[in-house]
Ligand binder design. Structure first.
Ligand SMILES: [Zn+2]
Length: 295
């Protein structure tokens, strides 16, 4: 675990070969956990972190999901079992998927089956395992809400759509830091050894670019995400620029190729968009479906 500031910690784990960072806030009024990892991270990462900080079930007041993906919501059921009175929140537009792992799987991971892009049975089974058991959401946010953690400290909920329809971030003005989840993704997700592991997985290019612009214009000292190293000062607009450049390049390559078949677009443009392993090219379905207007 890394201490970022007084009362702000980062639980540091791994999802497969990629890093996973879960922010944990502790104020006078209780604690807030941002994202819950995959189902396995409850026992492997989250509960050991709570023990280290001496956080009891009664201390945990809020659990907020940035967006509906295995590595962000899979521990919801496990954390709520441990702390039944903690309120589970997410973006309003993501609630149905987070309420029910089967809805999430169908609407997000299996959405491109009609276009010939879908996961093998083995990978799908692993994703269902990582999603954990169903855990209904207690409250939803649309951005602009403030969550008070101490008399003189609150977090502002920001609406950062693009990777999902309701993606959220938390703005900590006291520490001039945005905790942005996977809201912007640069040009690649790297693994723990620094090798390309996954392509960007935004779904809605236009809103994703707006989110990128919003983040770039916040007056921040730090940008803390769930899979990328912490960005400081000038690195923040650089990361925004890298994010924007990828979206623009993907759009231009797709347009110039004239390809309208999603599977073909992934396989042909994948090698030109990044150095990730070959099977990852099909993960471009999320982004390229957006560019093709299939979402
Ligand atoms: Zn993620």
């Amino acid at each position: 675990m890394k201490k970022l500031f007084d009362g702000v910690y980062l639980l540091e784990g791994q999802v497969g070969r990629r890093p996973l960072y879960l922010p944990l806030f502790r104020g006078d009024y209780g604690a807030l956990l941002l994202d819950t990892g995959c189902a396995e991270h409850v026992d492997k990462l989250i509960l050991p972190g709570f023990t280290e900080l001496d956080i009891s079930p009664a201390d945990l007041r809020f659990v907020i999901n940035t967006h509906p993906d295995t590595d962000h919501v899979g521990g919801n059921g496990g954390v709520k079992t441990w702390a039944p009175h903690a309120l589970l929140g997410c973006g309003d537009a993501d609630r149905e998927a987070i309420d029910d792992p089967e809805v999430l799987f169908r609407s997000r991971y299996d959405a491109y089956r009609p276009f010939g892009v879908f996961y093998s049975e083995e990978i799908a089974a692993n994703m269902r395992r990582d999603l954990g058991k169903a855990q209904p959401v207690d409250l939803t946010f649309r951005g602009g809400e403030r969550i008070r953690l101490s008399a003189d400290w609150d977090l502002e909920v920001l609406y950062l759509p693009g990777h999902s329809k309701g993606h959220l971030g938390l703005l900590d003005r006291r520490h001039r830091t945005l905790f942005g989840g996977d809201a912007i993704q640069g040009s690649v997700y790297l693994d723990v050894s620094g090798k390309p592991a996954l392509c960007p997985t935004y779904l809605y290019p236009e809103t994703y670019l707006q989110t990128c612009q919003l983040i770039e214009h916040l007056d921040l000292d730090y940008y803390v995400s769930c899979h990328w190293p912490i960005k400081k000062a000038r690195e923040i607009p650089e990361f925004c620029q890298e994010t924007r450049a990828f979206v623009e390049r993907a759009g231009i390559l797709l347009r110039d190729s004239g390809i309208t078949d999603l599977r073909k677009a992934c396989l042909e443009l994948g090698p030109r968009l990044g150095q990730w392993p070959d099977p990852v090219h099909l993960e471009l379905a999320y982004a390229l479906a957006g560019h093709l207007g299939l979402q």
